[in-house]
Structures are given as C-alpha cells and as structure tokens.
Design a protein around this ligand. Structure first.
Ligand code: PHE
Length: 456
C-alpha cells in the first residue's frame, strides 16, 4: 500500500458482507428515478433513442464517476466533507464535500414528499382502490391528494419516520440488513409486473417503442436529460456512493462492485420500462404523460387490467421500497457528516437532521397546493429543490469528484485504491482508459452539459 494511505478510524461502523455492500449500493441507486422518472423520460424523448443515449452516458461517463466516488470514500474512510478534507489537505476541496451534503439534503426534502405519495398509493392498493369497483378517478384523486394540506404532509412525515428508524440502527444493523432483505423482494416484484405487462394483448407496440429507436423525437435537451437522469439514477454527485464506500472494507473489490451496481441499476430501469410501457400501449394511452405517468396513468390501467388490484399492490409496494432504500442513503450522507464533523451521537444526529427535514419536506409538500404561488424563477419550492439539486449541485458534485481523483490524487494512489492495494488487479489497458476518461473526457462532457443547461 502507498504511504499516502490514510489510517482508518477505528470505531467506524462498516458493512459486513460483499452481497450486503452490493445490495446497499443498488438500493441507493434504484429508486423513484428508475420506477417513476426513467419511464416518463423515455416516453417524452423518443423511446429507444433515449435509452441508447442513456446507456452510452452510463457506461462511458457515469461508471467512471462512480468509481471515483468509491475511491474517495473508501480511501478516506470518512463522510463526504471529511473525505475531501482528509485527502485534499484541508484546502478548498472541502467545498466539494459540503456541496455533496447540501445536495443530499435538498434531494431528501423533495424525495420524501414523493415517498409519502407512494405510501398513500400503497395503502390505497391494499384497500383494492385500483380495481374497477374501487371508485377512484385517477386524475382528480391524485390532484386532490397532492394539492391538499394535511394528508400529503402526514404521509411525507411517515416516510421520513421510516427512513429515520432504519438509519438509527446504523450501517450494519440498519442499512445493510434492511437493503439485503428488501432488494431481492423488489427485484422479484418488478419482474412479475414486467412479465404481466409484456404478455397483455397489444403489448408488442410498447416493447417496440422501448427497444426500436426513433431519433426524430430526440433533441439536444433529450441528451441533457439522459445524462442528468443517469446521474440521478446512479446517485452520483451527492455523496451517497462516497459515504457508503467509506464503510467498505479494504479487502473488497470496489471496481467490480461499482460496475455491478451500475448494471443492476440499469437493469431495474429497463425492467420498470418493461413493466410500464407495454401496458400503456396495450391500453392505447400516449406514453408522453410526464410525471403523472405512475400516479395517474397506471391507476387507470390497473382498474381495467384483469387482476389489476394485485398488480397495483405489487407496483406500489415496489415503489415504496425503492424510494425508501434510496432515502436512507441520502439521510446517511447527512448523518455521517453530523457524527464525524459535529461529534454527535447517531441518535442525536438523526433527531437533529429530522427536525430540519420535517420543515423542508413540509414546505415541498405544501408547494403542490397551498404554497403553490410561492415561486422563484417560475419554480415552486418542490421544483426549485429538484432543479437546484439535480441540475446544479449533483452535476457540480460529480464534476468535482472526477477532477479531484483525476487531478489531485496521484496515479499510483488511484491504482492502489481501485485495485485494493493490488489484491484485485486491474488490466493495464482498462485502467489507462479509465484514467483518461476521469482526467479529460468526463470533465469536458460534464462542463459541456452544465453550459448547455445554463444557456438554455
Ligand atoms: N438514485 C435514486 C433514484 O433513482 C435517487 C437518489 C439520488 C438517491 C441521489 C440517492 C442520491 O431514485
């Protein structure tokens, strides 16, 4: 090992097994981004054309960025802020860590609101409300609910409470135990749904839509959306992968773990697409329904579908689980920061951060209804949090992470960490390509996307 290898903190919690690490990482990555955002973005941006560009972004840009976060996290064995402080020599790089913690906090604030909606819809599905006799009007039911005052707030708080309860239990006993049990369940539920959807009469058109490219609907802004979605879906640029990686033991192969996480996340997104699009086409609905796809279009389909009540239960349970395993990774970024930088105990850190998140999440929830008139640059509070975190903070966070690894850490240290001190050797050609991407290609593409986003 190189002499620059920082000492690990003796009493830090850590993950216990390789499978636990992979499923925790995948749990962070697979979330509303896969089940809610990916399918509607595919629908709005020309189906397979969007998917192809998305895959290119994932393989050539995001996978290397994820490896960078793994390197920073595991090498420092510290929270996002502490990691840059430790490896960057207590200089300006700390700002990168701070941005990450802020990004995670902003995302969790609006993410919990949608997480709350998923609880409400899950409970409605248990009550068989999405069957032909369930008596819901998908559009007005959704609008009345989200624009209300107390019901969406209470569900949002319930979601935050679930997140807090898991995080209080710690890394091994909370995060790892929980995600290790739930991710396989989520996978099975999604596969059942995809098979059901793809075997509906008329589903073939939806499958073709997903897998046959139509570049006529694909624009420059679709490319920006594809990269932004890839960042969001892989939880990059906001300290989550970095923080989880800081709990990964030195003997673990982080190179393959990052690759497997990326592959599993992409697989989940494609399965979600296969669960949703064929059904949308089978029922003659336009795929470009935007954010309402999951909460409005799908309930309408479930009501018509034979055994739709069961499909609704499977889907909304999946949505809730996926959102929860992502939310805990966001909260852990803040908790690790408070424990290590502000010297708080875990329970106190959860209590303090929760009281802040309650306020922020309530504001996001109210911005759908009673506070919808409060706007900054035409965006309500919810959209503002989403925009600032997804389009600005995460992108900057990812840029700083690759620049830090590519230009601040030495080539030898990077290779040392990526290969776990030589325990898991990396083929020379592969490392050379990776090194070129993180030093030059990824930063150029990210800066290009930032500029394009700002210009228009
Ligand atoms: N990746 C998660 C999803 O797809 C969202 C997320 C973003 C989680 C950033 C953690 C950090 O829904």
């Amino acid at each position: 090992m190189s002499s620059n290898q920082p000492k690990s903190s003796a009493n830090r919690d850590s993950f216990a097994s390789s499978l636990g690490i992979l499923l925790a990482m995948t749990g962070s990555a697979v979330g509303l981004g896969n089940l809610w955002r990916f399918p509607y973005l595919v629908g709005e941006n020309g189906g397979a054309a969007f998917i192809i560009v998305y895959l290119v972004c994932v393989i050539f840009i995001c996978m290397p960025i994820m490896a960078c976060e793994f390197i920073i996290g595991r090498r420092s064995q510290a929270n996002a802020f502490g990691a840059y402080k430790k490896l960057g020599g207590n200089k300006g790089w700390k700002v990168a860590g701070l941005l990450s913690v802020l990004a995670a906090a902003f995302i969790l604030s609006f993410y919990s609101v949608v997480g709350g909606w998923s609880i409400r819809y899950m409970l409605m599905s248990f009550g068989l409300r999405f069957t032909s006799g369930g008596g819901i009007q998908p559009e007005s039911t959704f609008n009345t609910f989200v624009t209300g005052t107390w019901p969406p707030i209470l569900y949002t708080l319930a979601f935050l409470l679930c997140t807090g309860v898991i995080i209080v239990a710690g890394v091994k006993n909370g995060i790892e135990k929980f995600t290790k049990t739930l991710m396989p369940v989520l996978f099975v539920l999604m596969v059942i749904l995809a098979v059901r959807s793809m075997t509906l009469p008329g589903a073939g058109e939806g499958v073709r839509y997903l897998f046959k490219p139509d570049f006529s609907k694909f624009t420059a802004s679709s490319a920006i959306a594809a990269l932004g979605q890839a960042f969001f879906s892989l939880s990059l640029g906001c300290g989550t992968i970095l923080t989880y990686a800081s709990y990964v033991p030195r003997s673990e192969n982080i190179f393959t773990c990052g690759a497997k996480t990326t592959i599993l996340d992409t697989l989940f997104a494609l399965i979600a697409g296969c669960a949703i699009m064929p059904a949308v086409f089978a029922y003659g609905i336009s795929p470009g329904q935007g954010p309402g796809l999951v909460f409005v279009t799908l309930p309408a389909i479930f009501a018509e579908l034979p055994a739709g009540g069961i499909a609704a239960i499977l889907f909304f349970v999946s949505l809730f689980l996926a959102a929860l395993t992502s939310a805990i990774s966001l909260l852990e970024v803040v908790i690790a920061f408070l424990i290590e930088e502000c010297k708080m105990r875990r329970a106190a850190a959860v209590a303090v951060s929760m009281s802040v998140f309650v306020v922020l999440a309530v504001l996001c929830s109210l911005s759908q209804g009673p506070l919808s008139h409060v706007k900054l640059f035409t965006l309500n509070i919810f959209d503002l949090f989403d925009y600032v975190s997804s389009n600005v903070l995460m992108t900057f966070g990812a840029l700083l992470a690759v620049l830090f690894v590519g230009h601040k850490l030495s080539r030898a240290d990077i290779l040392d960490e990526l290969s776990s001190g030589g325990l898991h050797p990396i083929p020379a050609g592969l490392f050379k390509t990776f090194y070129f991407i993180i030093r030059w290609a990824a930063p150029v593409v990210i800066i290009g996307i930032l500029v394009a986003g700002l210009l228009g």
